[in-house]
Design a binder for this molecule. Sequence first.
Ligand code: G6Q
Length: 537
Amino acid sequence: MTHHAHMGGRHLRELFADDPERGTRWTLSAAGLYLDYSKNRIDDETIALLVELARHSGLSERMAAMFDGELVNATEGRAALHTALRAPANESLWVDGVDVVAQVHAVLTRMAAFSEQIRSGTWLGHTGLPIRNVINIGIGGSDLGPVMAFEALKHYSQRGIDLRFVSNVDGTALAEATRGLDAAQTLFIVCSKSFGTLETLTNARAARAWCLAQLGDEAAVARHFVAVSSNARATVEFGIAPEQMFPLWDWVGGRYSMASSIGLSTMIAIGPNHFNDMLGGMRAMDDHFRQAPVDRNMPALMGLLAVWNNDFLGAATQAVLPYEQYLSRFPAYLQQLTMESNGKHVMRDGRPMGCETAPVVWGEPGTNGQHSFYQLLHQGTRLVPCDFIGFGQSLNPMGAAGGREDPQHDLLMANLFAQAEALAFGKTAEAIRAEGVPEALVPHRVCEGNRPSNTLLAQRLTPHTLGALVALYEHSVFTQGVIWGIDSFDQWGVELGKVLAEQTATELAGADDATSRHDSSTRALIERYRQLRAVRA
Ligand code: G6Q
């Protein structure tokens, strides 16, 4: 607190002026990523205190417990072993008498064989035609990771296969995803760990009806539907044979599952080798997280800085700004990862939190955001720490000009650097006056600066880099959860809405008076909805 009061009075301009090496000193490289965290409102003492906080909170003990497969998700009595999903084949990890790494690699081998069949056109649909369209039906963790990875790694994908994603139970999602497609060349991946999620099962049934309407034969389901699930019985009941089900395990949390069979769509898109490279990037970051001391540990430092910004500087939100079009869905993916993991009001032992937990995460790819919400970042009354993400090379260079390799990419990156600089250093009233700006306009033109940011750079967006980036944020979120003492792997808050929706859906389908249990607002809304739906268009 004393330190916070001291730092509260300091400006990044001052901190940089005091230490000419700051911009190279507060940096770190790991797993192909370079992090510059110098534009945070920190000094040596801040880092020392945050490292002490990590020690005091038991970060290394919790980390070991997670990697070793202990039941770190206490409220659900589960391990959180997503790191085992990317362990190399020659390692083993025994949990309850089972080598989970061997299980993982057995499934990866099956996924690879199936993906190659789809990619090579040797998996034939019911009428003997190869598959050209793959539709992943899943929601939450069974959608956001796969969509993000597909978009991020599109450059590496086999373009002849059209991949689409359906998550929303809004019928429009499925209708638009299937529009114009030939069912004879379409494969559905029903992606649901529980195989009990209402939205996914509803869409899967509608997809089956769409498929059968075109192909007219129940037997077609066997060639046009595969499942990713831990619930073999439910997939068989749906009509998907066990050999067409790719399993995952209780110890893989939904939002941590993109490296598991939930990533089947990713593997079909980019192929097993690239998928393997992605796992390699995750593994490299896992190893770094396990081995590096906290003050040189990229995920731990990012997590600690997030706590610093959130709890000490009062930043309620966090912007993620990838200067890379392929990462357009990365902020959405991070929203779930961060907010579902750490948006909690009690600690592991059930005691109420004494401070704020997860920030609200949001963002858009650069430079689009600059022409919409960056105004608030620069001059608004709220403090919004930003993570900038950029690459040394574009995957789509726009050609040499004026002796430079890729001026368009230079322009993109110039924007990134300029934004981070402007946020940190701003523009003073004196500098504005010196430009001859009329006094009445000076306050409008002032940018106070002192707005913290991290900048992450890598050479190119590759499967390996994406893997490292994902694992970086996973472990940063984990670190934050440890500091706050919360269970980052449950999501009880999602349940209440789900239960109420199921009850209300039954009511909407049935008798009028079933709505009497609701409050007056919900009752009136349901009544209005009934009137609206009764009117024939
Ligand atoms: C993520 C959550 C949640 C889950 C979805 C889909 O961590 O658990 O987003 O992924 O509710 O669940 P199923 O895969 O079981 O359909």
